[in-house]
Ligand binder design. Structure first.
Ligand code: ZN
Length: 285
Protein backbone atom coordinates (compact mmCIF):
# COMPACT_ATOMS: atom_id res chain seq x y z
CA UNK A 1 0.00 0.00 0.00
CA UNK A 2 1.06 3.61 -0.53
CA UNK A 3 2.41 5.61 2.42
CA UNK A 4 -0.26 6.44 4.98
CA UNK A 5 -1.81 9.77 4.07
CA UNK A 6 -2.98 12.26 6.65
CA UNK A 7 -6.55 11.19 5.98
CA UNK A 8 -7.84 7.78 4.93
CA UNK A 9 -11.55 7.20 5.31
CA UNK A 10 -13.79 4.33 4.35
CA UNK A 11 -17.34 3.18 3.66
CA UNK A 12 -18.10 -0.33 4.85
CA UNK A 13 -21.50 -1.70 3.78
CA UNK A 14 -22.78 -5.22 4.43
CA UNK A 15 -24.03 -7.01 1.30
CA UNK A 16 -27.34 -8.00 2.82
CA UNK A 17 -29.33 -6.16 0.15
CA UNK A 18 -29.07 -3.21 -2.25
CA UNK A 19 -27.93 0.24 -1.10
CA UNK A 20 -30.77 2.22 0.49
CA UNK A 21 -30.98 5.95 1.17
CA UNK A 22 -29.64 5.63 4.73
CA UNK A 23 -26.48 3.85 3.52
CA UNK A 24 -26.07 6.40 0.72
CA UNK A 25 -26.04 9.21 3.32
CA UNK A 26 -23.29 7.41 5.27
CA UNK A 27 -21.32 6.82 2.05
CA UNK A 28 -21.68 10.45 0.99
CA UNK A 29 -20.73 11.91 4.38
CA UNK A 30 -17.59 9.76 4.66
CA UNK A 31 -16.70 10.54 1.02
CA UNK A 32 -17.12 14.31 1.37
CA UNK A 33 -15.19 14.48 4.62
CA UNK A 34 -12.30 12.51 3.04
CA UNK A 35 -12.18 14.36 -0.28
CA UNK A 36 -12.56 17.80 1.32
CA UNK A 37 -9.38 17.01 3.28
CA UNK A 38 -7.61 15.76 0.15
CA UNK A 39 -7.74 12.29 1.66
CA UNK A 40 -8.35 8.79 0.36
CA UNK A 41 -11.69 7.00 0.51
CA UNK A 42 -11.81 3.19 0.58
CA UNK A 43 -14.66 0.72 0.32
CA UNK A 44 -14.76 -2.44 2.42
CA UNK A 45 -17.43 -5.08 1.97
CA UNK A 46 -18.41 -6.36 5.41
CA UNK A 47 -19.54 -9.79 4.26
CA UNK A 48 -18.34 -11.60 7.37
CA UNK A 49 -21.81 -12.72 8.51
CA UNK A 50 -22.09 -15.16 5.62
CA UNK A 51 -25.63 -16.48 6.30
CA UNK A 52 -26.95 -12.91 6.05
CA UNK A 53 -25.27 -12.13 2.71
CA UNK A 54 -27.54 -11.86 -0.30
CA UNK A 55 -25.96 -13.24 -3.50
CA UNK A 56 -25.16 -10.41 -5.92
CA UNK A 57 -25.80 -7.64 -3.37
CA UNK A 58 -22.13 -6.61 -3.13
CA UNK A 59 -22.00 -5.93 -6.87
CA UNK A 60 -25.31 -4.07 -6.78
CA UNK A 61 -23.95 -1.82 -4.00
CA UNK A 62 -20.74 -1.11 -5.95
CA UNK A 63 -22.66 -0.34 -9.17
CA UNK A 64 -24.84 2.04 -7.17
CA UNK A 65 -21.83 3.87 -5.73
CA UNK A 66 -20.40 4.16 -9.25
CA UNK A 67 -23.69 5.46 -10.62
CA UNK A 68 -23.62 8.13 -7.91
CA UNK A 69 -20.06 9.11 -8.90
CA UNK A 70 -18.66 7.91 -5.55
CA UNK A 71 -15.31 6.59 -6.77
CA UNK A 72 -13.16 4.78 -4.25
CA UNK A 73 -9.39 4.36 -3.99
CA UNK A 74 -7.72 0.99 -4.42
CA UNK A 75 -9.37 -2.43 -4.56
CA UNK A 76 -12.49 -3.23 -2.53
CA UNK A 77 -11.56 -5.28 0.54
CA UNK A 78 -13.85 -8.26 1.24
CA UNK A 79 -13.88 -9.48 4.84
CA UNK A 80 -14.39 -13.07 3.70
CA UNK A 81 -10.79 -12.93 2.40
CA UNK A 82 -9.46 -11.90 5.80
CA UNK A 83 -10.02 -14.90 8.08
CA UNK A 84 -6.28 -15.49 8.57
CA UNK A 85 -5.82 -11.92 9.79
CA UNK A 86 -8.69 -12.29 12.28
CA UNK A 87 -7.23 -15.59 13.51
CA UNK A 88 -3.80 -13.94 13.95
CA UNK A 89 -5.36 -11.11 15.98
CA UNK A 90 -7.23 -13.61 18.12
CA UNK A 91 -4.00 -15.57 18.70
CA UNK A 92 -2.32 -12.32 19.75
CA UNK A 93 -5.10 -11.63 22.26
CA UNK A 94 -4.83 -15.18 23.62
CA UNK A 95 -1.07 -14.78 24.12
CA UNK A 96 -1.78 -11.64 26.11
CA UNK A 97 -4.35 -13.47 28.21
CA UNK A 98 -7.08 -11.23 26.83
CA UNK A 99 -9.21 -13.94 25.18
CA UNK A 100 -10.70 -17.18 26.48
CA UNK A 101 -12.88 -20.06 25.37
CA UNK A 102 -16.52 -19.97 26.41
CA UNK A 103 -18.64 -23.12 26.60
CA UNK A 104 -21.96 -21.39 27.23
CA UNK A 105 -24.94 -21.78 24.91
CA UNK A 106 -26.61 -18.56 23.84
CA UNK A 107 -29.27 -19.18 26.46
CA UNK A 108 -26.68 -19.70 29.19
CA UNK A 109 -24.72 -16.60 28.13
CA UNK A 110 -27.92 -14.55 28.33
CA UNK A 111 -28.93 -11.45 26.39
CA UNK A 112 -27.40 -8.89 28.73
CA UNK A 113 -23.95 -8.62 30.32
CA UNK A 114 -22.19 -11.98 30.10
CA UNK A 115 -22.00 -13.39 33.65
CA UNK A 116 -18.35 -14.47 33.26
CA UNK A 117 -19.07 -18.17 33.74
CA UNK A 118 -16.05 -19.40 31.72
CA UNK A 119 -13.64 -16.56 32.57
CA UNK A 120 -11.41 -18.77 34.68
CA UNK A 121 -11.57 -21.86 32.50
CA UNK A 122 -14.22 -24.22 31.15
CA UNK A 123 -16.07 -26.35 33.65
CA UNK A 124 -15.23 -30.11 33.35
CA UNK A 125 -16.95 -31.71 30.39
CA UNK A 126 -17.69 -28.42 28.60
CA UNK A 127 -16.42 -27.85 25.09
CA UNK A 128 -15.62 -24.42 23.62
CA UNK A 129 -18.50 -22.85 21.71
CA UNK A 130 -17.16 -19.33 21.29
CA UNK A 131 -14.20 -17.15 22.20
CA UNK A 132 -14.67 -14.04 24.34
CA UNK A 133 -12.61 -10.99 25.18
CA UNK A 134 -11.58 -10.65 28.82
CA UNK A 135 -12.80 -7.07 29.24
CA UNK A 136 -10.88 -5.10 31.84
CA UNK A 137 -12.77 -2.77 34.16
CA UNK A 138 -12.49 0.99 33.79
CA UNK A 139 -13.68 3.68 31.44
CA UNK A 140 -12.85 3.52 27.73
CA UNK A 141 -12.71 6.98 26.18
CA UNK A 142 -12.77 8.30 22.65
CA UNK A 143 -13.61 11.66 21.10
CA UNK A 144 -16.41 11.88 18.56
CA UNK A 145 -16.05 14.80 16.13
CA UNK A 146 -19.77 15.55 16.43
CA UNK A 147 -20.66 14.49 19.97
CA UNK A 148 -17.44 15.25 21.82
CA UNK A 149 -15.78 13.05 24.44
CA UNK A 150 -17.50 9.70 24.97
CA UNK A 151 -16.80 7.34 27.82
CA UNK A 152 -18.05 3.87 28.71
CA UNK A 153 -17.21 1.14 31.20
CA UNK A 154 -17.37 -1.73 28.71
CA UNK A 155 -17.14 -4.35 31.46
CA UNK A 156 -20.31 -2.96 33.03
CA UNK A 157 -22.25 -2.29 29.81
CA UNK A 158 -21.50 -5.37 27.67
CA UNK A 159 -19.09 -7.49 29.68
CA UNK A 160 -16.86 -10.07 28.00
CA UNK A 161 -18.12 -9.92 24.41
CA UNK A 162 -17.53 -12.56 21.69
CA UNK A 163 -14.62 -12.40 19.26
CA UNK A 164 -15.58 -15.64 17.56
CA UNK A 165 -19.30 -16.27 17.80
CA UNK A 166 -21.03 -19.47 18.87
CA UNK A 167 -21.87 -20.16 15.21
CA UNK A 168 -18.11 -19.90 14.42
CA UNK A 169 -18.48 -16.65 12.60
CA UNK A 170 -15.93 -13.93 13.32
CA UNK A 171 -17.45 -11.19 15.43
CA UNK A 172 -18.06 -7.86 13.72
CA UNK A 173 -16.17 -5.95 16.43
CA UNK A 174 -12.95 -7.89 15.90
CA UNK A 175 -13.12 -7.89 12.09
CA UNK A 176 -13.74 -4.13 11.88
CA UNK A 177 -10.85 -3.28 14.21
CA UNK A 178 -8.39 -5.58 12.43
CA UNK A 179 -9.39 -4.25 8.99
CA UNK A 180 -9.40 -0.58 9.97
CA UNK A 181 -5.85 -0.98 11.30
CA UNK A 182 -4.63 -3.00 8.31
CA UNK A 183 -6.09 -0.53 5.81
CA UNK A 184 -4.55 2.38 7.70
CA UNK A 185 -7.91 4.05 8.27
CA UNK A 186 -7.40 7.34 10.10
CA UNK A 187 -10.96 8.72 10.13
CA UNK A 188 -14.27 6.89 10.44
CA UNK A 189 -17.54 8.57 9.53
CA UNK A 190 -20.60 6.37 10.01
CA UNK A 191 -24.15 6.28 11.32
CA UNK A 192 -24.90 6.90 14.98
CA UNK A 193 -26.37 3.41 15.24
CA UNK A 194 -22.75 2.28 15.54
CA UNK A 195 -21.88 4.75 18.31
CA UNK A 196 -22.42 2.11 20.99
CA UNK A 197 -19.99 -0.27 19.24
CA UNK A 198 -17.16 2.26 19.37
CA UNK A 199 -16.08 1.73 23.02
CA UNK A 200 -15.68 -2.00 22.31
CA UNK A 201 -13.68 -1.24 19.16
CA UNK A 202 -11.52 1.32 20.96
CA UNK A 203 -10.80 -1.23 23.69
CA UNK A 204 -9.78 -3.84 21.10
CA UNK A 205 -7.49 -1.30 19.42
CA UNK A 206 -5.81 -0.64 22.76
CA UNK A 207 -5.40 -4.35 23.55
CA UNK A 208 -3.97 -5.09 20.09
CA UNK A 209 -1.67 -2.06 20.08
CA UNK A 210 -3.44 -0.40 17.13
CA UNK A 211 -3.99 3.35 16.81
CA UNK A 212 -7.54 4.57 17.42
CA UNK A 213 -8.92 6.45 14.40
CA UNK A 214 -10.93 9.67 14.71
CA UNK A 215 -14.67 9.02 14.80
CA UNK A 216 -17.70 10.99 13.66
CA UNK A 217 -21.15 9.45 14.07
CA UNK A 218 -23.79 11.09 11.96
CA UNK A 219 -27.55 11.13 12.44
CA UNK A 220 -29.21 8.26 10.59
CA UNK A 221 -32.12 8.38 8.18
CA UNK A 222 -35.35 7.22 9.78
CA UNK A 223 -38.33 5.76 8.01
CA UNK A 224 -41.88 7.06 8.42
CA UNK A 225 -42.25 4.73 11.42
CA UNK A 226 -39.29 6.35 13.20
CA UNK A 227 -37.13 3.25 12.74
CA UNK A 228 -33.68 3.31 11.16
CA UNK A 229 -33.80 2.45 7.48
CA UNK A 230 -32.38 -1.00 6.94
CA UNK A 231 -32.86 -4.07 4.85
CA UNK A 232 -34.85 -5.50 7.76
CA UNK A 233 -37.35 -2.64 7.57
CA UNK A 234 -37.54 -3.19 3.80
CA UNK A 235 -36.13 0.25 3.01
CA UNK A 236 -36.41 0.92 -0.72
CA UNK A 237 -33.21 0.60 -2.74
CA UNK A 238 -31.61 3.71 -4.21
CA UNK A 239 -33.08 4.14 -7.70
CA UNK A 240 -30.16 3.49 -10.07
CA UNK A 241 -32.03 5.25 -12.88
CA UNK A 242 -32.04 8.51 -10.89
CA UNK A 243 -28.71 8.65 -9.03
CA UNK A 244 -28.58 12.48 -9.04
CA UNK A 245 -31.95 12.70 -7.30
CA UNK A 246 -30.88 10.21 -4.63
CA UNK A 247 -27.60 12.07 -4.17
CA UNK A 248 -29.39 15.43 -3.85
CA UNK A 249 -31.65 13.97 -1.19
CA UNK A 250 -28.60 12.66 0.70
CA UNK A 251 -27.00 16.12 0.49
CA UNK A 252 -30.14 17.72 1.90
CA UNK A 253 -30.20 15.26 4.79
CA UNK A 254 -26.64 16.30 5.66
CA UNK A 255 -27.72 19.95 5.66
CA UNK A 256 -26.13 20.80 2.30
CA UNK A 257 -28.96 21.49 -0.11
CA UNK A 258 -27.55 21.73 -3.64
CA UNK A 259 -28.35 25.02 -5.40
CA UNK A 260 -31.26 24.85 -7.85
CA UNK A 261 -29.02 25.32 -10.90
CA UNK A 262 -27.34 21.99 -10.09
CA UNK A 263 -30.64 20.09 -10.03
CA UNK A 264 -30.19 18.69 -13.53
CA UNK A 265 -26.45 18.07 -13.26
CA UNK A 266 -24.87 14.62 -13.35
CA UNK A 267 -23.72 13.13 -9.99
CA UNK A 268 -20.06 13.92 -10.66
CA UNK A 269 -20.73 17.67 -10.78
CA UNK A 270 -22.93 17.50 -7.70
CA UNK A 271 -20.05 15.84 -5.86
CA UNK A 272 -17.56 18.48 -7.04
CA UNK A 273 -19.86 21.14 -5.63
CA UNK A 274 -20.26 19.10 -2.46
CA UNK A 275 -16.53 18.68 -1.85
CA UNK A 276 -15.96 22.42 -2.41
CA UNK A 277 -18.88 23.36 -0.11
CA UNK A 278 -18.23 20.84 2.68
CA UNK A 279 -17.10 22.54 5.84
CA UNK A 280 -18.11 20.48 8.83
CA UNK A 281 -20.62 18.08 10.22
CA UNK A 282 -23.77 19.66 11.42
CA UNK A 283 -24.51 18.79 15.01
CA UNK A 284 -27.55 16.58 15.47
CA UNK A 285 -30.64 18.42 16.61
ZN1 ZN B 1 -19.20 -19.22 29.00
Amino acid sequence: MSPTPHYRGRFAPSPTGPLHQGSLVAALASYLQARAQGGQWLVRMEDIDIPRNVPGAADVILRCLEACGLEWDGPVLYQTTRFEAYAAALAELRIRGAAYDCGCSRKEAGAGVYPGTCRNGLAPGRTPRSVRLRVPGGEVRFTDAIRGVQSEDVAAVTGDFPLLRADWIWAYQLAVVVDDAWQGITHIVRGEDLLDSTPRQTLLQQLLGYPTPSYAHIRVVLGADGQKLSKQTLAPAVDLRQPAAALSEAFRFLGYAPPAELAACPPRELLQWGVASWKEFLRPV
